[in-house]
Design a binder for this molecule. Structure first.
Ligand code: MN
Length: 346
């Protein structure tokens, strides 16, 4: 089960509707499919969904790393997967989504070899998870129409993007809350507010009794004092996303009492740091959600298996395959909001 070659392939997907988050609109996504070939004939597969905004990654730079990564891992045994994880941890700061793709491809090969499924490798705690679905920043009318459609598709948790215009954000969230009484809302500011704005925002939603279960990444990435202030002042649970990529980031936030929640994304952390963050959070009694970048149906299956197997997450934001064109579930089944690791009869 020794690694003999690596192949990288770019894959471009377009969004059904451009994804508008605070200060950025995305119309398409480029992912990298990784194939890891072994001397036993088994090929493990992984997908990287690079992010310039969060990870500082660019697709050409990641593609160019193939030869260097191959040089480091060639000849290593998939069965001693932690040794390969350790090698890939050195790529944490420059190319974390690629680190994930390689680490997942190793797990995929390991599972094919041993006849288990990835969610069993990760612990086998659950066989399905329930996901939310995301609403872009948009006009009030657009927002209501989007939420209407999401609710009619059977989703119980809706994630609303905010962070560009404080007053309009309050209006949008309050209107959605008034109209749709039986959903839970995650509001994600994607670093768009100052700490004071975030406290004002949270106060307004709390006063209006909005069913907000989590205020995600209200302040800029490096403003940990601001994040802590929002957590102390806001009457809503406060979570970190962009400011937690490695286990060291998670440890710093937990140690400084900055958050109630951490949003784990495999593309920020790889498998190795995501596993470490789960244990840090459990030890500190901090809650976790799992999110995604712009993964295809296969890329999302990585997080579905990870989330189901570890059973570590309160909320699951694994919806990118639903927002992109021509990329349905691969390696899992979807029924409404539920994502199952195994199909019927398997
Ligand atoms: Mn987020």
């Amino acid at each position: 089960m020794k690694i003999v070659d690596l192949q990288f392939e770019e894959s471009v997907s377009t969004y059904i509707k451009p994804l508008h988050i605070a200060n950025e609109i995305a119309a398409e996504a480029t992912n990298i499919r990784v194939s890891l070939l072994t001397d036993s004939g088994i090929t493990g597969k992984g997908e990287a969904s690079p992010s310039f905004r969060v990870n500082g990654e660019s697709v050409p730079a990641l593609m160019a790393l193939r030869a260097q990564i191959l040089e480091e891992v060639k000849g290593m045994s998939v069965l001693s997967y932690m040794l390969i994880f350790d090698v890939m941890d050195r790529f944490s700061s420059s190319s974390s989504s690629l680190k994930l793709a390689i680490q997942y491809a190793v797990v995929d090969a390991f599972c094919q070899h041993t006849g288990i499924k990835p969610y069993q490798f990760f612990g086998g705690r659950k066989e399905y998870v329930e996901t939310d679905k995301t609403v872009s920043i948009g006009s009030l009318e657009e927002t209501i129409a989007d939420v209407e459609a999401i609710v009619s598709e059977g989703f119980n948790v809706v994630k609303m993007k905010v962070g560009e215009d404080l007053q309009r954000d309050i209006e949008r969230v309050v209107s959605v809350s008034d109209r749709f009484r039986n959903i839970s809302l995650i509001v994600d500011a994607n670093t768009g507010y100052t700490a004071k704005e975030a406290v004002f925002f949270a106060d307004a939603l709390y006063r209006e009794r909005c069913p907000v279960v989590l205020l995600e990444q209200p302040v800029p990435v490096h403003d940990l004092d601001g994040l802590k202030l929002v957590r102390q002042k806001a009457q809503l649970p406060v979570g970190a996303d962009e400011c937690v990529r490695t286990r060291y980031d998670a440890f710093r936030l937990v140690k400084n009492d900055c958050v109630d929640f951490i949003n784990v994304k495999l593309m920020k952390s790889g498998l190795s740091d995501a596993l470490a963050i789960i244990e840090i959070a459990r030890s500190a009694n901090i809650s976790l959600m799992i999110g995604c970048m712009c993964e295809s149906g296969y890329g999302i299956s990585q997080s579905v298996h990870f989330a189901a197997g570890t059973g570590a997450f309160v909320y699951h934001d694994l919806d990118s395959h639903m927002l992109l064109r021509n990329t349905g579930p691969v390696g899992f089944d979807q029924r409404g909001a539920k994502l199952f690791v195994t199909g019927p009869g398997s």
